[in-house]
Design a protein around this ligand. Sequence first.
Ligand code: CO8
Length: 256
Amino acid sequence: SYETIIRETDKHGIATVTINRPQKLNALNSKVLDEIKEVFDSLKKDDRVSAVIVTGAGDKAFVAGADIKELRDLNKNTGEEASRKGQQIFQKIENSRKPVVAAVNGYALGGGAELAMACHLRVAGSNAVFGLPEVGLGLIPGYGGTQRLSRIVGRAKALEMILTGKQIDTEQARQIGLVNSVAEENPVEEARKLIQQILSKGPLAVQKAIEAVFTSDKNESYRTEAALFGELCETEDFMEGTAAFLEKRKPDFKGK
Ligand code: CO8
């Protein structure tokens, strides 16, 4: 039983994890992160589960990012720690040897895009929106996004998205390879079809293939991302960026 997550399993052993805070566009507060950790620990141990779909509740958002209200209290140390903690939770998803597919149904921004990128594959509905808006808050992505986006779409496109914070739609995301396939109707059903193709193959080969593909990703770069994220939490720009979001106004950055 979870407060912010719904976990279901179908008769084929495909589990669905739904992030369930629709009134806040499924933003990731500490409770959601803790529950993502718990649910992936339990899915790993559950022999009835062969694959996992991650999606968001409601028809507007997959996940609209880390909860900006909670971000406001961070300083250099707690910012670095929070980033490391989230990175490690998302690493659990990537480290799953059961295939994990994100079914992106609406906004996947900031930490939400990072959550989708930590999944092995991504399927999107026609209303999906991807973006890393952190620079607009005086921040950088802190849940592995600076590393994973480059690996998925290449450094030039990744830098463009990270530096401008611009949002892209489903079709643009498909063109750059951020999305593997587009659902005509329901992205969860499309993810299920993709998973069924995978589950018809040799199960051990699928596990080893995931392990082989991600083997080079365990390096210091995540630690650096977290340290830089922490440094930014000490700046006036960060205070201004997050305050501006919550006050629903444009930020006035001073570069300090
Ligand atoms: N955090 C907290 N609350 C949020 C968030 C969020 N990320 N996104 C939406 N909400 C809330 C809104 O405040 C609003 O609440 P209320 O009704 O109480 O005012 C409710 O959800 C509905 O949102 P809107 O009214 O804003 O809906 P709109 O349709 O007008 O806009 C958007 C939708 C465009 C998605 C808009 O909500 C938005 O821009 N959201 C923020 C997107 C964003 O900047 N995300 C990045 C956050 S930073 C991040 O993810 C960093 C990750 C790394 C962290 C590492 C260490 C901690």
